[in-house]
Write a protein that binds this ligand. Structure first.
Ligand SMILES: Cc1ncc(COP(=O)(O)O)c(C=O)c1O
Length: 392
């Protein structure tokens, strides 16, 4: 699809008519960032119902690192639809689920034995990671961070930091959740280092919760919703050492930062860490709903038979899409490793800032965008999902 084309006022008459229907039929809670209704999308381009075309910087919130309707993903889903649609892995297993688990066990950082379970959304991955960590450690508490976003279900919302619109009015929250400041270089005192930021964790053990009560510390390696904040390079190594010292499971929430979003498969790799558990979703499925928890085999095996799962978890069509998307995202990682990806530096992740130093987004390099806009093959849509503008 060719790129930008404006044919009507925005929103156009068809979008306005749909907006009126939407307002009458759907509550205000599920919000809309744009007033246009899509009719189709391809690569990094969306066409609305009035025939206007736009470059898509949102990618369904970081879900389309391989672009809209990646030909590999569409072909894989189509092929799956010809075989079977829904079986429920808990009733009748199928190879796709196993193949995705094997791929993620191999792709995620850490040379130890790993296992993977599949779910439907990022929030569900978070809920399950905490369940697994609690079953393994037999401890109740979880430590999370200011500015974190982990989803909207009860425990995920309790771990999420921002009050409006995510938490206010939805109390009471899940118990045994403790929050500490994130390593936020723009808001630290002058001279704040990885060590001084990590001190907040040791401090919490004295002031808020005993370390022997803590099952897990959960962190986004690069903050997403909270402002694309990249912590000092040594920070997570120190956090992980502290967790190991106290037998605490370290969970990296890579729902947003994973799958080549930062130029490597996982943002954790930039920091040289090997999280005990990793949560994944979004671009994992190349546009299909799927999520995962991958981690140390002995931790993943802690919950008993039937303790984990769900009716649609690891849906066959989403598994097929994931295997295809992993091939597509491999192109990004390959370019990064070759040094040909202009976003191939951790410093460039935080590429767009306002005058206060607040990071506005991970900007796609113009070359990628031009390629995307012209509907190139494997390169299209790369990083097109990367600009999630946040309130400063
Ligand atoms: C870091 C992170 N964790 C968890 C979630 C929740 O994912 P989902 O919306 O699929 O439930 C998100 C969603 O934006 C996220 O960015």
């Amino acid at each position: 699809m060719a790129t930008i084309q404006i044919r009507s006022e925005i929103p156009g008459p068809r979008s306005r008519a749909l907006l009126a229907r939407r307002e009458a039929a759907i509550p205000r809670g599920p919000s809309n960032a744009t007033p246009i209704f899509a009719s189709r999308a391809d690569g990094a381009v969306i066409e609305d119902v009035d025939g206007n075309r736009y470059l898509d910087f949102a990618g369904g919130i970081g879900c389309l690192n391989v672009g809209h309707r990646s030909p590999r993903v569409v072909a894989a889903v189509r092929e799956q639809l010809e075989k079977y649609l829904h079986l429920c892995f808990a009733v009748t297993p199928y190879e796709g689920y196993v193949a995705v688990a094997e791929k993620l066990n191999a792709l995620t950082p850490g040379k130890f034995a790993k296992k993977t379970m599949l779910v439907n959304s990022g929030a569900e991955a978070i809920e399950n990671a905490i369940k697994i960590a609690r079953a393994y450690t037999k401890r109740p508490s979880v430590i999370c961070f200011e500015d974190a976003f982990h989803g909207r279900t009860l425990l995920a919302m309790s771990l999420t930091s921002k009050t409006h619109p995510y938490k206010a009015g939805f109390e009471p929250f899940a118990s045994d959740v403790y929050r500490i400041p994130f390593a936020y270089p723009y808001r630290g005192e002058n001279g704040a280092t990885a060590e001084t930021f990590a001190h907040a964790l040791e401090n919490a053990f004295k002031r808020s919760v005993a370390p022997e009560s803590v099952a897990a510390v959960i962190a986004e390696p690069v903050l997403g919703e909270g402002g694309f904040v990249v912590p000092p390079m040594g920070y997570f190594k120190i956090v992980q050492e502290i967790c190991r010292k106290h037998g605490i499971v370290f969970i990296a929430d890579e729902v947003q930062s994973g799958f080549a979003r930062t130029g490597k498969w996982f943002a954790s790799e930039h920091f040289g860490i090997e999280p005990d558990l990793i949560t994944m979703a979004k671009s994992m499925g190349g546009g299909m709903p799927i999520a995962a928890v991958t981690g140390r085999a002995e931790i993943m095996d802690a919950p008993g038979v039937g303790g984990l799962g769900g009716t649609y978890c690891g849906h066959p069509a989403s598994c097929a899409a994931t295997l295809a998307a992993i091939e597509g995202n491999g192109q990004v990682v390959f370019r990064y490793a070759e040094g040909t990806n202009p976003n191939g530096s951790i410093n460039n992740i935080a590429a767009v800032m306002n005058e206060k130093g607040n990071v506005l987004g991970m900007m796609p390099h113009p070359e990628n965008l031009i390629e995307a806009a012209h509907g190139g093959s494997d390169g299209r849509g790369l990083f097109a999902s990367a600009l999630d503008v946040i309130a400063a």
